[in-house]
Design a protein around this ligand. Sequence first.
Ligand code: MIG
Length: 783
Amino acid sequence: MNVHVLGSIDSATIMTDGLEIRYQYGKVRVSILGPRIIRVQVTRTENYRDQESFARVPYNEDVQWDAFEDADSWTINSELFRLEIGKPTFSFVVYDQEENVLLESDKELALEWTPDGFRYRLKMHEDTHFYGLGEKTGGLDKRGRMYVMWNTDSPYPSIDADPLYQSIPFLITMTNNIACGLFIDNTCLSFFDLGHSSNEYFLFGADAGPLDLYLIVGPEISDILQAYTALTGRPLFIPRWALGHQFSRWTEYRSEMDIIRLATEFRNRMIPCDTLVLDIEYMDEYRIFTWNRRVFPDPHRLSRQLSEMGIRLMTIIDPGVKKEPGYFMYDEGMAHNFFLRNNDGSVYVGLVWPGETVFPDFTRAEVRNWFGSKYSLLSDCGVSNSSWIDMNEPSNCIYEGLRNEYSMKSVVDHEGHPWESQLRNVYGLGMAQAVFEGLKRVYPHQRPFVLTRSGFAGYQRYAATWTGDIHATWEHLRLSIPMLLNLGLSGIPICGADVGGFADDIESELFIRWYQLGSFYPFFRNHSNISSSLREPWLFGDEVLQLVRECVSLRYTLLRYLYSLAWLASQTGIPIMRPLVLEFQNDSLTHTVDDEFMIGSSLLIAPVLDKNASSRRVYLPACTWFDFNNNRCINGPAVIEVDTNLSTIPIYVRGGSCIPVGKLVQNTDEDQGDLHLLVYPGGESTLLLYEDDGISADGPSALRTIRVESDNNMLSVIIGVRTGEWHPPIRQILVEIRTLDHSPRQVLLDGIDCTRDLLSLQGRGIGVMMSDDGCEHHLVVHL
Ligand code: MIG
């Protein structure tokens, strides 16, 4: 027993929000922050933290609890949990009120100090699964692996590369179907050994910095996500256009006509598209906030022409500023002392695209304000209210074959403390904040869209993300699913991977499979490397073009559903793209499924991930399912083998669902016409339909609840009253009840028999039309 860790107990005090225990060599503070959130801080010095948290937002919820002491433990009891603290080594056990153990530290050696940091050891059971940790390689379940949090540019990452671009030290554990969250609010290099070096324990720790833990009590994963995003901030609500299809490529543009031509192709070929994205070559020798005027003499004309075609322009911005007297960013930053400095007082100079580069210190509010205000230069050129921010790990020294990062060990923060160990991991978060807030000042009444490569826990407040420079391989296609699912389980609901893969050439079969999967990524962008084969969908032949058109079009018809889910994510932290375990937590067969996923609660997507596949296996959890493509009913739980050809995207609808769809449009600003509700029997559900103008930050919105209930004899749809001040254009509601293989006995709309007015929808089922007058409507179908 390692009694020297904290030593003997001096005193213990019960405070208004918890407990403080003073040991011979340190002290511990346990605070009950909310019904599900326990904060545990341990220190061997006077202060629990030297710095405010970068991840947190203010949070405090009332909670009733009481504490008891006996010879060698304390017990804190509240409505949702019981926490037992072992005195001698500061071990702890978290129970739910049914006596299930959620988390249990080792009794003998829970905490260990390392030279400047700590490690904590917790018990792992046979049935323990691990989720979260943000953007990581590996499967959905992280068990058996070891991960490090250290923001790193990882050009062309291998299939199990670690660390990657961002750090989210937030873990969800689940044992016997009961989940618990663990957030380590420490920005230094941290690690998670999840059964990599032991079969009985998992460990986490950090090289330096505070031991500041949050334990988040389940039992549901969704409870934990709501609490975690209450603590670290709800995800930004992106504008609707950001859910549209985007096309991007790192390439040397020859003239603005290259961009106009792309837009024209998308329109002529009827592939819906919302946004074209310019990568670093649009700048004047990589000077941020400038244009290469030889190629783009009049960016405003370009953006105007695009906007006439219903396409927005988005541009990349890197953090690094070219070191060049006379360049306004450099001169202004130098004049105000905005750049990171070395311990000898000189400005730190790195090597990035512009050559010698200096780095704004985004931890300072005045630097964020300055940087953010530069977005008026882009808005003046008609660039949309958005920014793609890259290289903000920060990436440094691209000339050393991209692999050798320059050390930034000599850098100190504004107060002279070492920067790299404490602040490297929040560089991307700070940049995202600067950009988000800058855009909000430039466009005060609109919601910005920021896409960042790097970040730390909490960056969901400011930005969406993509998974960096993955390869155009079948392995990376498959890997993108667990990566995005775990980002979603880490508070980042808006995420995607480069459709078509960033690096390498691509064959047409992989390309179409990637589009079919990518159509369901929350963030949906085709992007590729300067040296990869071209990715324009029309370069792969007519068949591929047609298939790309089909899956992109399907996404656009589902836009109302996706948009409501994006709104829901911004209110709750519950992701759009969900692992099956989030929806069916009690079904142990879902716990490791990561080649299928749900979109919301209603759609299960099982994309084809193998070359030359003529079928694929699909697991359908316990409920009624309908094949979206042919309405065939399948009763789960079931493992089915579904035949596939190049055009197949296996999609299953959960029985009892209502999916709001709309007319196919070519960009998301177009009106989608009548509100078309696809309703399925075989279960029940409640849908929250959110609508607004798609872009306003403070404009009117409308919300309605649509409730479906059904049994063998009856199906009812209750369309709740529309609340809020947003009004749709005059339109009808079409309720389409799919899958009915016979005419219903009777159909009542608001109590009136309308059996004879049913629309027959060419073998797809029946339809009922009503006016969308904002009032409540009841539809009852007697089968
Ligand atoms: O060192 O801006 O991940 O999406 O195209 C490469 C050029 C810098 C890395 C990004 C990638 C982008 C590329 N950037």
